[in-house]
Write a protein that binds this ligand. Structure first.
Ligand code: GLU
Length: 611
């Protein structure tokens, strides 16, 4: 339920009150039953694509849908036969004539458009099904999908129009004569009269309009009422021909696809944003609800809803970009790998994208990619902060993929929503081009660079000797003979905890074989957040060396594979300090230097990520 003081509700209530008392127009009388309508009834409803309903006045009063049925039945005919067949039977050109005019597109031997009676009768005649009952049932259930509830027919309006609709009958006979119509003419006309007599409320109309705004998905039931390609066709004919011979001026003034009916209803749609339904029986000379037009006009002016008012100025969609030399994956590397990646990392480009992706923002990205392309071998596009991705963006992303192929650049997408991934996969992007997050993609690119240079981890598969550890690179053999006895070798099985969070930090580890991962257990659930992983040659747990309080471990380190470590208990260092102080100092300095390097690297990353 929306609150009474909702700003939107206040606004439409204000508009409702402003036009409630105007006394212009007359209720339709040419269908005798319609003449009974109460001219004071007035309802307004706005529905959003996420199902929020704002309504005021008699928005739940039922009345007959009349011509508002036309665009929807047109959609059903398109779904039944496809565009080509329907186009050959009914055109899409405005007539500039009244809704019940007897004019035809003689050149193409078809009615001008599906929004005038001649076109609507021809459209209804094309609705598939066995016999009257089944055909009408298809029409009714289509409307029910749009309205999100079951609907019924006003039998007296139906009978009233059926017995007096001579002009429509005349139109149908002329069409039969010209070969524009086939089949049982009385059945077609009954279907047409009956579809016009379906009872709806302003609220139903707003939900139906919102369904069109929402690519054919009913915002209340989430049911797909119509295929998106039909939505486009429906909105197009509404925009060009929906408001009788006022259609041109309506588009000019209000700027929304719309349709009105002589029952007093109007629907209007702002694609992607909302649907409006209004109800007020008095009509102007062209057959449009007087109050309905005023409501739409005022809303459009207040909020600048006119389709051609909203022209988003393209912004950049790159929130930041950096290379693999500036930011590296969380994977720990050996010194020779690190040095190599520092040199070669600028072959990896990362673009973190943000906001909506559409033609104009992606066009800017393509220029940026091209200007950086010389060095690039890998491009990571991250979509975690991306909003809407429209169809032209999908097309352009596929062009970018092709361009990547032609330049021998490997493109990787990370963090995109599943539904965007699916659309991209329909457009030629393959599974392996998607990765979960930037870190995983960076690691993958780094590994590729390393393996191209034969620097990959495969060469690290045998157990390393103590003196092969990165930390001992600058140690002499004599120094190593002093150090070696301080270490004890430990083995671990996959999934063993090497370090447990909360444990006292009284030792350091040198990884000699296998792989281990640092992770945090997130308190609420058993899920783990992976922080980094270690490979042979690397030291860990060494921070504690400089912590005089021997504090507790802050994360778990778990063996991914069978692991062998050389472990140094800090207690053992005391003997080293007394017996070989110069080796002790060198060892501490070396560990100190690796920590300094880590901090420097982190500072560089923060700098790169802050620009
Ligand atoms: N059933 C009405 C007719 O054909 C519909 C007219 C309308 O709403 O424009 O006369």
């Amino acid at each position: 339920m929306i609150k009474e003081n909702s700003p939107i509700l206040t606004c439409i209530t204000d508009i409702y009150e402003r036009y409630h008392h105007i006394n212009e127009g007359n209720v339709a009388t040419y269908i005798p039953e319609l003449a009974k309508a109460n001219p004071n009834l007035f309802g307004i409803c706005i529905t959003t694509p996420d199902g929020q309903i704002y309504q005021v006045g008699e928005s739940e009063h039922s009345f007959t849908i009349q011509s508002i049925s036309k665009p929807f039945v047109y959609g059903l005919a398109l779904a039944d036969h496809g565009v080509d067949k329907i186009m050959s039977k009914v055109g899409v050109e405005p007539t500039g004539e009244a809704f019940n005019s007897i004019v035809f597109d003689e050149e193409n031997n078809r009615p001008y458009n599906p929004m005038v009676n001649a076109g609507a009768i021809a459209t209804t005649a094309l609705i598939k099904g066995k016999g009257y009952e089944q055909r009408f049932n298809r029409i009714l259930t289509m409307f029910e999908r749009f309205a999100g509830r079951s609907l019924s027919v006003d039998e007296s309006v139906f009978e009233s129009e059926k017995s007096t609709g001579h002009r429509n009958r005349a139109i149908a006979y002329l069409e039969l004569n010209a070969g524009m119509l086939e089949g049982n003419l009385d059945e077609h006309l009954d279907l047409y009269f009956r579809q016009c007599s379906i009872l709806v409320t302003a609220k139903d109309l707003a939900v139906m309009a919102a369904t069109l705004a929402n690519n054919g998905i009913n915002p209340i039931t989430q049911q797909q009422a119509v295929d998106p390609k039909e939505v486009r066709a429906i909105l197009s004919v509404m925009a060009s021909c929906g408001m009788y011979d006022f259609s041109g001026e309506w588009l000019y003034r209000i700027g929304l696809p719309a349709k009105s009916g002589v029952g007093g209803g109007i629907i209007a749609v702002l694609p992607g944003q909302f649907g409006i339904g209004t109800f007020s029986p008095p009509l102007d000379a062209r057959g449009n609800s007087v109050r309905g037009i005023k409501v739409c006009e005022e809303l459009s002016q207040r909020f600048k809803f006119h389709l051609f008012d909203s022209h988003p100025v393209s912004q950049t969609c790159v929130s930041r970009s950096y290379t693999g030399a500036m930011v590296s994956s969380k994977r720990q590397r050996r010194i020779f790998q690190r040095d190599f990646l520092d040199k070669e990392g600028d072959k990896i480009l990362v673009y973190e994208l943000k906001g909506d992706l559409y033609f104009a923002t992606l066009e800017k990205l393509t220029r940026q990619l091209q200007s950086n392309q010389k060095q690039a071998q890998f491009i990571i596009l991250d979509g975690r902060r991306v909003g809407n991705v429209n169809s032209s963006a999908i097309t352009l992303l596929s062009e970018i993929k092709q361009w990547g192929l032609s330049q021998e650049i490997i493109l990787i997408l990370t963090g995109f929503e599943q539904k965007t991934q699916n659309r991209l996969q329909d457009n030629g992007w393959t599974d392996e081009m998607f990765m979960e997050n930037i870190d995983a993609a960076l690691e993958w690119c780094e590994n590729s660079l390393l393996s191209r240079a034969n620097y990959d981890d495969k060469i690290l598969k045998d157990q390393l000797a103590l003196e092969e550890m990165d930390i001992f690179k600058a140690f002499t053999q004599e120094e190593m003979t002093v150090i070696a006895p301080l270490f004890t070798e430990f083995s671990y099985q996959p999934n063993d905890f090497i370090i447990r969070e909360g444990e006292q930090a009284d030792r350091l580890f040198l990884l000699a074989k296998g792989r281990a991962t640092v992770s945090l257990k997130l308190s609420q659930n058993e899920q783990r957040k992976r922080l980094t992983s270690y490979i042979p040659g690397i030291a860990f747990g060494e921070l504690a060396l400089f912590d005089l309080n021997l504090s507790q471990r802050t994360a778990d380190i778990i063996a991914d594979t069978e692991v062998i470590c050389y472990v140094l208990k800090f207690d053992n260092l005391k003997t080293l300090l007394t017996k070989h102080p110069e080796v002790y100092i060198k060892l501490m300095q070396t560990f100190g230097t690796t920590l300094v390097n880590t901090i420097k690297r982190a500072t560089l990353e923060i700098r790169s990520l802050s620009v």
